[in-house]
Design a protein around this ligand. Sequence first.
Ligand SMILES: [Zn+2]
Length: 608
Amino acid sequence: MRQRLFVVFAAILWFTSSAVCANVSKISILVRLDDPSQNTLSLEYTLHDVSSHTLTIAIPTWTPGWYQTMPFSQGLSDLQAEGERGERLSVQPVNHYSWRVETAGSQSVRLRYRVRAGDEGLGFFGVAMGAHHAFINGAAAFVYEMDSKKVPHEVRFQLPMGWQVATAMDFVAQSERRPFGDKDDTFVAPNYDELIDSPIQMGRFEVRDFRARGVPMRVVFASESGNILCNMERVATDFQRIAEAGIDLFGGAPFKRYLFLVHLSGRGFGGGLEHLNSTVLNVPDRRDLSINELAAHEYFHAWNVKRIRPRVLGPFDYTQPVRTKALWWCEGVTDYYASVLLVRAGLIADRAFWQDMEREMQTLENNPARERVSAEEASWNVWEGNGMGYGGLSYYNKGKVVGFLLDVYIRGVTGNRKSLDDVMRFLMERYAYPLPGFEEDGILQAINRVIARDVSDLYRRMVQSTEPLPYDEILPYAGFRLERRSTSTTYFGVTSAVDEIGRVIVQAVDSQSPAFLMGLRAGDMVMEIDEQPAENTRIEAVIARKKPGDPIKIAVRRSGRLVVMDGKVGGESCSTIRLVPVETPDEAVIRVREGLLRGTTRVSVGAR
Ligand SMILES: [Zn+2]
């Protein structure tokens, strides 16, 4: 996700296949859209070889990639069930997201229900529909049988004349020449997780195909009006370079095909959402569309999050929030790699890469939440946060900076023999879906393993605590020094004057200003400031020598009484961060920089 998950499954249970313990052997789904103006989809399910007297049908309460509860059940209506002879079966609600169906011994059960297309624009988290387009994010539309998530699900379509279908799912008639299916195909997902992790675009849209290192890829451009301003060839060419940079980093692709669904709309949720073999990117259409960074982020998720993931992020529990402390890695480090892919693909200059890192550090250093919330806390509590982090700390921002520092550190201490790329590749080998995901300490263990040393203390400081990041320790490996310039503007909210005999009188106090909140009022005669006599010195002059947050103590005479007040100076401090390069970088520094920017290690650059 970019703009911008849990219950543990035992690995053994997961690998024991499906049909053995499931209530049905297979689920076939027909998606029917007769009239787009009705704004609803009809879904018809056939559950084959039913082996239970009751089935529990449910709709997810959240969608992978966005860690916030979603009211998907509200979009469903008219859920009905029939037995094999067409007899009506009892359907009773269990709670707000599930229903119990009594099968009465029927071998196959048919379900029918409707889904309202409630998403704005071209759609993102839910279902959207317009005269010439419709979109399904699986979690919002497809129900599942609670004990049968691991069985194959197949999908067919019945759509208006002239409509197409784009999804990254496998399909029955696929071939080398025909890597993507269309509306007459029967699509197949090996389980429910993969079904709903394959968003579906329907309608009339533009298509650009290419191959990246031999892997077929498709870009779909959908717009509400049918007019498209952006240069689609250019977008496809850029995506190809990004796609190749990703495959080169890992030495291969974990997918058979990859689909970029580009929604050119200024409406609805703006951003991108990652899926197993595809992504949805929603951006306003422009002639000079700026979408590469977003695309690189979501595409990198095909490895990091969709394959490399904490244990709770697949197989999924859709009934409740699932928690992990690793979202800083899932999102922030993915964001770091979005920049890495862009520079390795030649889509941004080296200088722009360093400036990007500078900007992220500056954002972090100017965010006071970094002193209250750690990267792990921001991850764990995201469900109570805003989907980007918690308590004001964005795990995108801190995770990106930490990812950058980890990469430089690993390259630095290993003489560029190892890098964060190696950690990624190690994680792919060890944990990639469908293998079980990593445990909560999995990232630390992977780094330790790859560089053969224990980085627990560094990891604790950067990821698990709110301690300042060790810039001065790490950046020199890449030949940089972090320069921090503070600029601050103070605010107190008082106007004072000195009278003819040197007394300081408060003339005016801004409402709700720091001066007002500590108790100063117009007419007060200032006796002392910070325990020094106040004669001949306006309050403003004292404030001018202070910084935001500094304490101030003022004693005044008011109606004949002495009043002593304590307060703080208001205002803002802002740090400007710059990465200052060393004048003459040595060979070790050049190796680290080149390694990072080009994806090389000493071993691959050198004498092999
Ligand atoms: Zn993301």
